[in-house]
Design a protein around this ligand. Structure first.
Ligand SMILES: [Zn+2]
Length: 326
C-alpha cells in the first residue's frame, strides 16, 4: 500500500530525487544562498576564513539596503558574498531559479531543452537558453584533455546531418557537405571522450588516440581505413571488426559500446535539441559525455546504499557551481 504523505520513488526513475524533496531542501533564495555560503566558505554556517584577518572568524549574515546579502566578519567587518565569481554572479535570475534549473537538467536521463526550461522556470526563452549555455559551458564541459582511457577502448566516428537545403550538392563519397563528423573513444565500463572534428581522416583518428589512450590500451575499431593510422601507435593491440562483411560482434571484437553512445547522442539531438548549430556542437557533445561519464560515479559497494544517479549528478553540479568560474 502506498502512502500518499510519504511517497516512495520508483526505482526506474533516473532522478529519484523528487521535485518535492528539492523544494523541501531549497524552498527559496535564502536557502540557496545559505547552501552556497556553506559549500564555498563555511561548513558550519558560522565560521569561515576571513580574507582580511587571515584567520578563521565568526561571520554573521548581513543584508544591505539593495537587498543583496553577504556574510560579515564580526572582527573586522569584511563582507563576503557567496555568489561572487560564480556563474550566479550578477545574474538577474534568482538563485532559486538557477538551483531549480540545475535540478531539472540532472533529473532527466537524456537532457532537457531550453524550451522545456523556459516553461518550467517561467522565464523567457532567451534567459532559459543563456542559463543552459552557462551551465553547459562552465560546469559540464569536460576538460577534454584530462580524460585518459586504457583497457578495452572502442573508437569510432559518426556523422550528424544538418537539414539540407536544395542548393547543397552532395559532398565527397556521396556524403552531404552538411554532414558534421564526430569522433569518439570509449573505455568499456569506463569513460567516453568525444570530439567534433573537421574531417574523418587518419590525422584526426591518430590524434584522438595519442591524446587520450594509454599504451596499455587494446583498441577496437571497424575496418574503415582511417584507423590504419593506429597501427603505428604504441598500444597493446588493435582488433578490427569487419562491418562491410556484416559482422558486428566477434567475441570481444565489436564497437557496440561506442555505437550505444552515438545513439544516445543522436536520439538526444533529435528529440531534445532538434538542431544544433556548429558553433555549439562541441558543447552539446560535452554535455552528453558528462552525463555518460557520471552515469554511475558512486561505485557499488556491498552493504552501502548508493546515492541515486540523478541526485548524485545534481549534487555534483551544485559543487561545481560553487566554484568561481575560471
Ligand atoms: Zn575579518
Amino acid at each position: 500500500m502506498s502512502n500518499r504523505k510519504n511517497p516512495t520513488r520508483g526505482t526506474a526513475s533516473e532522478s529519484r530525487f523528487s521535485v518535492m524533496e528539492f523544494m523541501a531542501e531549497f524552498p527559496d533564495d535564502d536557502a540557496c544562498l545559505a547552501h552556497l555560503w556553506r559549500t564555498r566558505y563555511s561548513p558550519d554556517g558560522e565560521h569561515a576564513l576571513c580574507p582580511k584577518c587571515g584567520v578563521e572568524r565568526i561571520f554573521h549574515k548581513y543584508s544591505n539596503g539593495d537587498g543583496r546579502q553577504s556574510w560579515t566578519c564580526t572582527h573586522c567587518g569584511r563582507h563576503v558574498h557567496p555568489t561572487a565569481g560564480t556563474i550566479f554572479h550578477k545574474s538577474s535570475t534568482s538563485l532559486h531559479l538557477w538551483y531549480y534549473a540545475l535540478f531539472l537538467i540532472t533529473s532527466t536521463r537524456c537532457g532537457i531543452s531550453a524550451k522545456q526550461l523556459e516553461r518550467e522556470l517561467g522565464v523567457t526563452y532567451k534567459t532559459a537558453w543563456r542559463m543552459f549555455n552557462v551551465i553547459r559551458n562552465s560546469l559540464m564541459s569536460q576538460d577534454n584533455l584530462s580524460v585518459v582511457l586504457s583497457g578495452d577502448v572502442e573508437m569510432d566516428e559518426t556523422y550528424l546531418t544538418r537539414k539540407r537545403r536544395l542548393s547543397d550538392g552532395p559532398g565527397q563519397h556521396g556524403r552531404s557537405l552538411n554532414e558534421r563528423v564526430v569522433m569518439g573513444a570509449v573505455q568499456r565500463q569506463g569513460q567516453v571522450v568525444v570530439k567534433y572534428v573537421p574531417a574523418a581522416n587518419m590525422i584526426e583518428a591518430s590524434r584522438l588516440a595519442r591524446v587520450h589512450l594509454l599504451p596499455s590500451t587494446t583498441i577496437f575499431t571497424d575496418e574503415f581505413r582511417i584507423y590504419d593510422s593506429l597501427e603505428g601507435l604504441e598500444v597493446a593491440a588493435h582488433y578490427r571488426i569487419n562491418h562491410s562483411a556484416k559482422v558486428y560482434v566477434d567475441g570481444d571484437v565489436h564497437t557496440q559500446t561506442i555505437e550505444g553512445f552515438w545513439s544516445l547522442v543522436k536520439g538526444g539531438l533529435r528529440g531534445v535539441y532538434h538542431s544544433v548549430s556548429t558553433k555549439w556542437l562541441q558543447s552539446y557533445l560535452d554535455e552528453y559525455a558528462w552525463r555518460y561519464n557520471h552515469r554511475e560515479f558512486t561505485p557499488r559497494v556491498r552493504g552501502v546504499k548508493r546515492v541515486p544517479v540523478g541526485e548524485a549528478k545534481f549534487r555534483l553540479l551544485l559543487a561545481l557551481a560553487a566554484r568561481p568560474v575560471r
